[in-house]
Design a protein around this ligand. Structure first.
Ligand code: NAD
Length: 467
């Protein structure tokens, strides 16, 4: 059933603090047995994850419909298939990633053998966000398994159906010694953050990201922070109907609750007027005359976020949409112009189906607008002009630079996915995730049978320093 209101949603069964302490301690014991190190074990866990998704696809689709009103096709594409791509890619490349790599040695230090040998880190904590509650837990898990770690998963309490399902299925399919699900909200995460981990992989907002980083610093635990922010979309003059289709696809997927969604449009020159017309047409062609009834259009995660977004509808001129339904927590795909400069729409990540269009006179003005603000997770440019594309990359600092295609760079496992500056630190997907959750250990070997280091021992002479 698609839940209508937060109060009707299942609540997660919070894991007790004493169980968390015990669990993490036992996970460290498992690390010392090297259970999760062998290639065969890693491969078996990836296979088990694949089987879980296959056997329970419908259950996951139901949970995602409950949590966010996601339609089954969108949920399959953006959650289940995204994880599948990561699993397939890891299965294909696992042996190659795990290989140690011989490296060159300076002449003065020869003869010797030097190599880089990926080692598991140990116990990895993955904390997920609610907007893609399956993908944001399982994609980091794929990287963690591939790297030979044991993993504690903490799904978001704001997507309780998915959290509960993961809590039920993960222990059924994966080796319970090497992977565990902890459920609960902020207080549970607070207990978790007091434990010792070898890496904390966090996805969510900046505020909690800082809490995680501070807690990790107490134990010198490395962190990956996958945060959000306002990702701009610069649209150049002469934008085609395809540009409008791409924008609507990227922005209104998951009702705008996507970390890489175009947050706002910077329309250069005359492109605003052309866009306004084509966006209206595209929205109707994608979601019908009444998008609030479309099975392909999701809802806002909860009442608090719904109220926050509805309040923003008064902060400017609503050009398209603007309707909403309090009972289903749905807000129409909305396009706004002439936004009050003090509105949260211009200051905070929107994270909902409201697309502001801001007109700027030139490409340079668009770049200045972006650079006067925190670093985006992605900076989009809609232009076919290679000169502008390369200038955009040269001048804008963002986690990713993407031309003409919102949201899809996430589905390319050979690309690192992550932010920079205020949008996060560290990246994952494919090999990048494997390396992020591995120690790339240096190994050097020489022999003492022939003492080739004699030339560098004290007493020192200047001649020795020139060797
Ligand atoms: P959220 O509310 O689900 O919080 C994320 C996690 O932090 C949850 O597991 C939650 O239990 C935990 N948490 C909440 N309060 C805490 C506290 N006080 N102490 C410790 N832990 C706490 O998600 P959110 O923060 O609303 O997520 C939305 C944000 O995430 C957006 O900014 C979005 O852009 C970003 N995001 C980024 C990515 C990415 O991959 N870079 C992906 C999705 C979402």
């Amino acid at each position: 059933s698609t839940a209508l209101n937060q109060l009707e949603l299942p609540q997660v069964v919070t894991t007790l603090p004493e169980h968390i302490v015990e669990l993490v301690a036992s996970m460290h014991d498992v690390v010392s047995t090297r259970l999760a190190h062998p290639r065969r074990f890693r491969a078996s866990q990836l296979k088990a994850l694949e089987r879980m998704l296959e056997a329970h696809e419908q259950d996951f689709l139901d949970a995602l419909a409950d949590d966010l009103g996601k339609g089954p096709v969108e949920a399959k594409m953006t959650e289940i298939d995204m994880v599948r791509v990561e699993i397939d890619h890891a299965q294909l490349h696992l042996s190659e990633w795990m290989e140690s790599k011989s490296v060159k040695i300076p002449l003065a230090l020869q003869p010797a053998a030097a190599k880089i040998e990926p080692q598991p880190l140990g116990v990895v904590l993955v904390i997920g966000a609610w907007n893609y509650p399956l993908q944001l837990i399982l994609a980091p898990l794929v990287a963690s398994i591939a790297a030979g770690n044991v993993t504690v998963l903490k799904p978001s309490e704001l997507a309780p159906a998915t959290s509960a399902l993961l809590g039920r299925l993960i222990p059924q399919f994966l080796d319970q010694r090497a992977c565990a699900v902890v459920q609960g909200g902020a207080s549970t995460t607070t207990v978790l953050l007091k434990q010792q981990f070898d890496h904390i992989f966090y996805t969510g907002g900046e505020r909690v990201g800082k809490i995680v980083a501070v807690a990790a610093a107490q134990q010198l635990t490395p962190v990956t922070l996958e945060l959000g922010g306002k990702s701009p979309a610069v649209v150049m003059d002469g934008a085609s109907a395809a540009v409008a289709r791409r924008l609507v696809f990227g922005k209104f997927m998951n009702a705008g609750q996507t970390c890489v969604a175009p947050d706002y449009v910077l329309a250069v020159g005359d492109s605003a007027r052309a866009l306004e017309k084509s966006l209206a047409k595209v929205i109707t062609s994608f979601y019908g005359k009444n998008p609030l009834l479309s099975k392909d259009y999701g809802r806002i995660v909860n009442r608090a976020h719904f109220d926050r977004l509805v309040a923003c509808l008064d902060d400017g001129e609503v050009l398209i949409g603007g309707g909403y339904d309090e009972d289903t927590l749905k807000i129409e795909p909305t396009v706004m112009i002439n936004i009050d400069p003090d509105s949260p729409l211009l200051r905070e990540e929107i994270f909902g189906p409201i697309l502001p269009i801001i007109s700027v006179e030139s490409f340079d003005a668009a770049v200045r607008f972006i650079n006067a603000r925190p670093n985006p997770l992605v900076a989009y440019l809609f232009s076919e002009n290679p000169r502008l594309q390369s200038a955009y990359g040269d001048q804008v600092r963002a986690g990713a630079i993407v031309h003409n295609a919102p949201n899809v760079h996430l589905a390319v496992p050979t690309l690192p996915f992550g932010g920079v500056g205020t949008s996060g630190m560290g990246s994952y997907h494919g090999r990048h995730g494997f390396e992020r959750l591995s120690q790339m250990r240096a190994v050097l070997g020489k022999t003492t049978v022939v003492d080739t280091m004699r030339a560098v021992y004290p007493p020192y002479t200047w001649a020795k320093s020139k060797l």
